[in-house]
Design a protein around this ligand. Structure first.
Ligand code: SAM
Ligand code: SF4
Length: 366
């Protein structure tokens, strides 16, 4: 009897022993919202069209990554639903045999009209970012769009079978942190999974925002009003002041709604998940500042213009676009992936005061 040789599936492992099997791809740096912690009112300067990867180039890089052991892919941005060819790309990636999970992170504004096409493309699920359940506060935080359209998008995603739908919520002291129990309450009667993401102070806009004196006179809600008036984006210092730890959020929820019991949720990545008694959905916490997620980090990030980053919070990145356009083979591109993995830093140092001065979250892909 002839036995087939046993071959190990491909695996990427960094120099700290972490298996890297998750690629987040920013497919555009454009956005139809202007969230106060992510973009200034006027947006960032537009990237020349030929600097962004074509959809075919993104599909090729995803294929090379899958061949190296990437099994999970998330498409993000900017706002990924702004790219008309998103369903085509999702279908290409979904057809890669080693990819088990392909998802999208969206602000939800265009989801109602696209949920069905996305589900049909092979996309597994969506995460919708939503920071408030109050229509007026929505306009202050996102500065574009409206709450009802996003809620309609969430409903459409559920109806299209893009489940489980997860809601990503960033809470800020004095602005929307009191809404944590209302978000948690949403999980009682619906299979919806709310995850609170700690605000990450990233110093992308060093010359933006009010002076420190103006800042220290206003906190929380005041800061939001200043941003509204100035059209700016929260800067590093302001984000540090508005930061709310997961522990605080958890305490607030438990004080109002009772104990959160540990729960299991498949595909919940770095979130710690809990359930309120009798709830259909779960409440999760992504605590990248207060808790050590780095030791379990399994990610790489590809920017919309073709740079591969081993860490969201460190400025290092490697250009894949130039070699690819100069005719690099798949094997040569695979080597560049391995090089980036080999240089993945052990952790970020935000809690120690490290600042990230390079690109914005919308440019890297949050
Ligand atoms: N536009 C899409 C959206 O909002 O879902 C995808 C891109 S957005 C950059 C991805 C996620 O990053 C969103 O959930 C957003 O709330 C989060 N984000 C952006 N800036 C952040 C910051 N400074 N701290 C924590 N989360 C942030
Ligand atoms: Fe746009 Fe998402 Fe950034 Fe908000 S968080 S401005 S929706 S990219």
């Amino acid at each position: 009897m002839i036995h087939e040789p046993l071959t190990e599936p491909a695996r990427l492992r960094d120099s700290f022993g972490r298996v890297i099997d998750y690629l987040r791809i920013s497919i555009t740096d454009r956005c139809n919202f202007r969230c106060v912690y992510c973009m200034p009112e006027e947006g960032f300067p537009a990237t020349p069209k030929d600097e962004s990867l074509t959809i075919g180039e993104i599909a090729r890089l995803a294929r090379v990554a899958a061949g190296l052991g990437i099994t999970k892919v998330r498409l993000t941005g900017g706002e990924p639903l702004l790219r008309k060819d998103l369903p085509w790309l999702a279908a290409q990636i979904a057809s890669l045999p080693s990819v088990e999970d392909i998802s999208v992170t969206t602000n939800g504004f265009l989801l109602a009209e696209q949920a069905k096409a996305l589900a049909e493309s092979g996309l597994t699920r969506v995460n919708v970012s939503l920071d408030t359940l109050d229509p007026e506060r929505f306009v202050k935080l996102a500065r574009r769009g409206n709450l009802q359209t996003v809620l309609d998008g969430i409903r459409a995603a559920q109806e299209a079978g893009l489940s489980p739908v997860k809601l990503n919520c960033v809470l800020m002291k004095g602005a929307n942190d009191h809404e944590a129990p209302s978000f948690a309450e949403m999980t009682m009667n619906e299979e919806i999974h709310v995850r609170f993401i700690e605000l990450m102070p990233m110093r992308w806009n060093l010359d933006e925002g009010p002076s420190f004196e103006a800042f220290s006179a206003h906190q929380g809600q005041g800061l939001l009003q200043i941003k509204q008036a100035s059209g700016g984006m929260l800067n590093d210092l302001e984000m540090r002041k508005m930061y709310v730890s997961s522990e605080t959020v958890m305490r607030d929820i438990e004080a109002k709604l009772g104990p959160l019991e540990p729960a299991q949720l498949k595909t919940n990545g770095p979130a710690r998940s809990y359930r309120l008694a009798g709830a259909k959905g779960t409440v999760g916490f992504i605590s990248q500042i207060s808790n050590d997620l780095c030791s379990r980090c399994n990610r790489l990030r590809l920017t919309h213009d073709g740079f591969l980053r081993p860490c969201l919070m460190s400025d290092g990145e490697l250009d894949l676009r130039t070699p690819m356009r100069a005719g690099a083979t798949d094997a040569e591109i695979a080597d560049l992936f391995r090089h980036v993995v080999a240089h993945k830093p052990e952790r970020h140092y935000l809690a120690e005061g490290q600042t990230v001065t390079g690109r914005g979250m919308s440019q890297i892909g949050g």
